[in-house]
Design a protein around this ligand. Structure first.
Ligand code: HEC
Ligand code: HEC
Length: 405
């Protein structure tokens, strides 16, 4: 199962025009992100930090690193994923009136039946997004599929073929799917079987639990420096970061508005990203984004939903006083291509400021030393082995024969 997921995660065969894999944007060499403020979709060229736009488009948001996403606190459960919590997982037949799945087609239900948590559900979606992986209408058969179920079916036809594996498909994938799902006929495999394997691979390979912080919590007082210990005390106390960055992933996974400056193309509206409000259609959710996990955070910049901070200290200073930070934001830290997209509209900036979560109402007064202590503490959330393991999990070739980035 993990081997199948490993191949799929790194194989450009999952993108309509065969030019982008999950690993293109979630690149092991860039701490499972791409080092960009916002990600570049299909049509762009190169991988991670070295990716250039070419004929591709900027996506609305920063690519999150995938460390820790398989833990039960995170994507291994029903926890919502994406910056705006728009994907979560409900087992079939959960009596939830808002759940369209219970009224969905048999084929859709068969896909959902394979999923074991949000992480597997999430992986159903990058392949459907025209700018991310699918490609524009008219460029390939996945892009031209009339609905989601047909697009997933077309991907399975690429992988294992049709007519029970006798027409088309890729022999290497037939072998991997048969080994992962013994006894399941090729025609009974659906894209849920594929994303379940991706989730198994991501969950098992991209853990980040062997950190100095975990060592400290397990009783090794020497695991953290004095500065880190002071940072930990501030994080949990005076600076009140723990109000939102709580639990083993350092996230409550809840939406909060943090007054973050906006750059990039915007989501559904130009130069604007109203976050969770786009999902719930409630203005009360304007500018809310899910609190990100902080495991490995020292490695995963640029920071925030749009990557507007290129340093960890910048992100921390923002969180200490969002109101002051959005008023004094310095775009010089950005690469020119992102700086050019910064939203400077006073009315929208005022709206972002007005929406800031009341938790930030009274900013803690931290000295420069205390700020640097908090930053050092966040460095203690790095698992040094995790990046090596992510790199080791990159195969040298994939069954499609397409190049691995
Ligand atoms: C073109 C770049 C790109 C590609 C390709 C891509 N992603 Fe992502 N990924 C992103 C961006 C950007 C987001 C954030 C989107 C949002 O929150 O709206 C994201 C979010 C995610 C998340 C959610 C993480 C979280 O903390 O909520 C997971 C999991 C994920 N991607 C896995 C995958 C998998 C699996 C694939 C391949 C099937 C893939 N991605 C392909 C850019 C990409
Ligand atoms: C009210 C909830 C809340 C509090 C309190 C809070 N944060 Fe955050 N934090 C968030 C949210 C939400 C985001 C993402 C905002 C966005 O992208 O629009 C975030 C983003 C971050 C990031 C960027 C992570 C990344 O991967 O992009 C860091 C670092 C961070 N916070 C650290 C802190 C520290 C340190 C404190 C305490 C000084 C703190 N936060 C207090 C909710 C909170």
């Amino acid at each position: 199962m993990v081997e199948l997921g490993q191949a799929l995660f790194h194989d450009k065969i999952l993108s309509g025009n065969k030019d982008v894999a999950c690993s293109t944007c979630h690149n092991a060499g860039d701490a499972l992100t791409d080092g960009k403020s916002v990600a570049f979709g299909t049509g762009a060229v190169g991988v991670g930090k070295n990716r250039v736009l070419a004929t591709g488009a900027m996506m609305a948001r920063n690519a999150p690193a995938l460390f820790d996403t398989g833990s039960t606190a995170y994507g291994g459960s029903t926890q919502s994923l994406f910056w705006d919590n728009r994907v979560s997982f409900q087992p079939l037949d959960t009596p939830d009136p808002e759940l369209t799945v219970t009224t969905a087609s048999t084929e859709y239900r068969a896909v959902v039946a394979q999923l074991e948590g949000s992480l597997a559900a999430e992986a159903l979606f990058p392949v459907l997004d025209p700018t991310e992986m699918r490609g524009a209408a008219g460029t390939n058969e996945i892009a031209d599929a009339p609905d989601n179920v047909s697009a997933w079916k077309a991907l399975m036809a690429r992988l294992v073929g049709t007519s029970n594996g006798t027409v088309g498909g890729i022999p290497g994938y037939r072998t991997l799917f048969s080994a992962a799902y013994p006894g399941v006929a090729f025609d009974d495999l659906n894209f849920g079987h594929a994303t379940r394997a991706i989730a198994e691979f991501v969950g098992q390979s991209f853990t980040a639990t062997d950190t100095p912080y975990d060592d400290f919590v397990n009783g090794n007082q020497a695991a953290l420096t004095a500065s880190q210990q002071n940072g930990l005390a501030l994080f949990m106390g005076k600076a009140n970061c723990v109000a939102c960055h709580s639990g083993s992933s350092f996230s409550d996974f809840q939406p909060h508005a943090a007054g973050v400056p906006q750059l990039g193309p915007g989501r559904l509206e130009a130069h604007e990203d109203r976050g969770v409000a786009l999902v719930t259609s409630s203005t009360a959710d304007n500018y809310k984004f899910r609190t990100p996990s902080l495991r490995n955070v020292a490695l995963t910049g640029p920071y925030m939903h749009d990557g507007c901070y290129t340093t960890l200290e910048g992100a921390v200073r923002h969180m200490i006083d969002p109101r002051a930070a959005i008023a004094h934001y310095n775009a010089k830290q950005l690469e020119p291509e992102f700086a050019a997209t910064l939203d400077t509209d006073p009315a929208r900036i005022a709206a972002r400021t007005a929406a800031i979560d009341p938790i930030f109402a009274t900013p803690p007064a931290l000295t420069d030393t205390e700020v640097s202590d908090v930053v050092s503490f966040l460095g203690a959330l790095t698992d040094p082995s995790s990046v090596t393991r992510a790199q080791a999990a990159k195969p040298t070739s994939v069954p499609s024969g397409l190049p691995v980035d």
